[in-house]
Design a protein around this ligand. Structure first.
Ligand code: CAP
Ligand code: MG
Length: 421
């Protein structure tokens, strides 16, 4: 087997660089490094007669950094190993077979950095943070939204009415839940038609721009059809579950439609949750930004119901906004120059209610979308009151008034502070 370890190697500007957490399985750390580097590029479990020196010279990666204490390694891969613009192939290489090798007990792809030629081969977000804020005509405060609940079960008219109540209560965006597509009791086209009709009504009544994020998650050609239908009725956004749709589906949607893309990350926990094995949310986020989602669920910095440490979420948020991210930030060590790829707006969602808004803003700032499912529709006086309470909580925080104080003159907020602590 080739030896890929070269601790003198300095990654070049044309390398894809990865960082893994790796636990060898009853072999030396060095041997395990060689298995990972080989299986993710040009090697296999044994030497083969068909290998020749020119292939090795041109395409071999270098394990250039080994830290046995933290069990972390860094590998630099020549860009020729990858097809520019082809995310499925890139991940099949550096995030493919290697997780299943007997040579390792655990392996986690923690971070990745792409060279200019790869970055430029992707389109990135069509709108990005600036484009979204321009569309919504909301300058500085967090965008606030809800997910229609129950997740599935309402019929088209009930769905539309719930969305209307949230919009007139003051929310900017309403999204379908991740597992709502087109069911017998709630057909996609009818839902879109009914909901956009009430969206227009809510806009007229409030004088505010309102957004409906229709979930197009389905087979790729069907997604394009559904996006077109949304467009035909004046919808500007779509949402899709990027991991269950797959990277290829996401790339096609990004390339073929002109809507704002809201990326839900349902299923990410199967990859990201285990700190010793899988793929980090940072890696998923960087790949998503490259392909071109406009807004992405990244967690609530430990405020809501989903796991994801505050530090890691803040680090991801930073990387999603930056033009050029520096080396060695607390949770991720690889820098990335985005070469003009627009920033992605971070979405905080999951177990949030109005009382959490001050901490959420302290941890994630105001340049986010904050979404409240149960935290809106679970209000004792219903959806509209829940939406009003959410806006009140944001107004209180941005005017530097404590929730307790603000609640004295804002009954909708007061009621949520009583029931949710
Ligand atoms: C939130 C939510 C979101 C999750 C996604 C849900 O509802 O609609 O899909 O937050 O998690 O189905 O749980 P609630 P993440 O507000 O009622 O919790 O953003 O971490 O991917
Ligand atoms: Mg959901």
């Amino acid at each position: 087997m080739l030896d890929y370890i070269d601790l003198r190697y300095k990654p070049g500007k044309n390398d894809v660089v990865t960082e893994y957490y790796m636990e060898p399985n009853r072999i030396s750390f060095e041997k395990a490094c060689n298995h990972v580097a080989g299986e993710s590029s040009i090697g296999t479990w044994t030497a083969v007669h068909t290998m020749n020196p020119s292939i090795a010279k041109k395409l071999r990666p270098s394990v250039f950094d080994i830290n046995k204490k933290t069990k972390e390694i860094k590998i630099a891969y020549p860009k020729e190993l990858f097809e520019a613009g082809n995310m499925p192939e890139i991940l099949s290489s550096i995030a493919g077979n290697i997780f299943g090798m007997k040579a390792v007990n655990n392996l986690r792809l923690q971070d990745i950095s792409f060279p200019k030629s790869i970055v430029k081969s992707f389109k990135g977000p069509r709108y990005g943070v600036k484009g979204i804020r321009k569309l919504l005509k909301v300058k500085n405060r967090p965008l606030v939204g809800t997910i229609v609940k129950p997740k599935v079960g309402l019929n088209e008219k009930q769905h539309a009415k719930t969305a209307y109540e949230a919009w007139v209560g003051g929310l900017d965006v309403v999204k379908d839940d991740e597992n709502l597509s087109s069911m017998k009791f709630n057909k996609f086209n009818k839902r879109i038609k009914e909901t956009l009709k009430l969206r227009d009504k809510a806009e007229k009544e409030t004088g505010e721009k309102k957004i409906y994020m229709a979930n197009i998650t389905a087979e790729t050609f069907e997604m394009l059809k559904r996006a077109e239908y949304v467009r035909s009725l004046g919808g500007e956004y779509i949402m899709l579950d990027i991991l269950t749709c797959g990277w290829s589906g996401l790339q096609t949607v990004r390339d073929k439609i002109t809507h704002v893309i809201h990326a839900h990350r349902a299923m990410h926990g199967a990859l990201t949750r285990n700190p010793k094995h899988g793929i980090s949310m940072m890696t998923i986020a960087k790949c998503s930004r490259l392909i071109g989602v406009d807004q992405l669920h990244i967690g609530t910095a430990h405020v809501g119901k989903m796991e994801g440490s505050a530090g890691e979420v803040q680090d991801i948020e930073e990387k999603m906004h930056q033009k050029k991210s520096k080396q060695n930030t607390p949770f991720h060590s690889l820098s990335q120059d985005w070469y003009g790829i627009k920033p992605v707006l971070s979405v905080a969602s999951g177990g949030l209610h109005p009382g959490m808004i001050p901490t959420l803003i302290d941890r994630m700032g105001t340049n986010i979308v904050a979404q409240f499912g149960g935290g809106c529709h679970g209000h004792p006086d219903g959806t509209r009151a829940g939406a009003i309470a959410i806006r009140q909580a944001v107004d209180a925080k941005l005017s530097g008034i404590s929730q307790k104080e603000y609640a004295k003159t804002h009954p909708e907020l007061a009621k949520t502070l009583k029931i949710w602590h």
